[in-house]
Design a protein around this ligand. Structure first.
Ligand SMILES: Cc1cc2nc3c(=O)[nH]c(=O)nc-3n(C[C@H](O)[C@H](O)[C@H](O)COP(=O)(O)O)c2cc1C
Length: 324
């Protein structure tokens, strides 16, 4: 699994259509699914939840859960039919819904339980089992707490820890506020890398420029990008060029990507899906370019069309190019 540059798991964002789109722009970056709960996999429709296109590799599945037995059963289902490159356990999400299920960030308070969860996953899964966590929760926010948590993960066999470099405040802040209000503490993640040199430590949170990514890559093993990648997906092309290929960022062939997405959408619509499920991830394609707002409007109009299909998307591109 390539994690030196990777895209963060984001609910309602990094579904398979989004990942396909990101893959066209950046063939090498690591991709993560949105969080899928172990219970949903065990009780629900694994094909609908887990299927992905081979071109998405390297791609990791992020799981939510805190019941080792459910996680074990989920891992067995994944192993039997869905060749992901990694299983990642979410120990960073602060939403109420997630806390009431007793998983996500609140699990940082119970490292032994997280270790049991990792061992349960590893019992059914030969590939890497990784963790995504915060630097702390509520008042448990000193470096010692983080180091003890990571030490317990390492003792359970985990070799890769992805750290969102801000603590989670479990009461009183919404998940959105929890992604901006607690300050970023990259220094904590750097120290973690120094103290656990054998672990692969991936830094997440606020990496929104290529320069910042390059700077951080001197201190940690990888950077994980969330909101910037979704809002401005061409950023991934530049990031891959500079940080993975050692090359000058290319001028992305945006129109070419739209044409490839139209071919992809044609298959999706032919299978009974809706165009909007694919195009909703493409609003940021022209971010920072002249006509960015116009592109978003064309996509919104196309999605509102009854019976919108891949040709609707191609017509949006024609209109966009004609007005440029
Ligand atoms: C819309 C949205 C959904 C998210 N869903 C998840 C999720 O399912 N699992 C998870 O571990 N983190 C989730 N996150 C947090 C991101 O993975 C990431 O840790 C956070 O956005 C900070 O990185 P950034 O500053 O690069 O965006 C989500 C973030 C956003 C914006």
């Amino acid at each position: 699994m390539q994690r030196r540059v990777c895209v963060a798991p984001m609910m309602d964002c990094t579904d398979r259509h989004c990942r396909y789109f990101h893959r066209l722009l950046a063939p090498k970056v690591g991709l993560y699914t949105e969080m899928i709960t172990a219970r949903a996999i065990v009780h629900g429709d694994p094909e609908r939840l887990l299927a992905f296109a081979p071109v998405e590799h390297p791609v990791a599945l992020q799981l939510g859960g805190s019941e080792p037995e459910f996680l074990r059963r989920a891992a067995a289902i994944v192993r039997a039919g869905f060749p992901y490159d990694e299983l990642n356990l979410n120990v960073g999400c602060p939403s109420d819904r997630v806390q009431s299920g007793r998983f996500g960030a609140c699990l940082m308070a119970d490292p032994e339980l997280v270790a049991d969860c990792l061992r349960a996953l590893a019992a059914e899964w030969d590939g890497p089992v990784t963790v995504k966590c915060r630097i702390g929760i509520d008042a448990q926010d000193d470096y010692g707490f983080l180091a003890a948590f990571v030490g317990t993960m390492a003792a359970a066999g985990c070799r890769v820890v992805i750290v969102h470099a801000r603590k989670a405040i479990l009461q009183g802040l919404s998940p959105k506020e929890n992604r901006s209000i607690p300050p970023l503490r990259y220094d904590r993640v750097h120290r973690l890398k120094r103290d656990f040199p054998d672990l692969e430590i991936i830094l997440n949170g606020g990496v929104d420029s290529i320069d910042k990514a390059e700077h951080e890559l001197n201190r940690v093993d990888g950077v994980m990008i969330g909101r910037k990648a979704y809002a401005d997906p061409c950023f991934l092309a530049g990031l891959q060029a500079r940080c993975l290929d050692g090359a000058t960022p290319p001028v992305p062939d945006r129109a070419g990507v739209v044409r490839k997405m139209a071919a992809y959408a044609a298959t999706h619509v032919a299978g009974g899906g809706r165009l909007q499920q694919v195009t909703r991830h493409m609003h940021g394609l022209y971010a920072g370019q002249p006509g960015a707002a116009r592109w978003r409007r064309y996509l919104a109009e196309a999605a509102a069309c009854r019976d919108a299909d891949a040709d609707t998307l191609l017509r949006s591109l024609e209109l966009f190019e004609a007005a440029a």
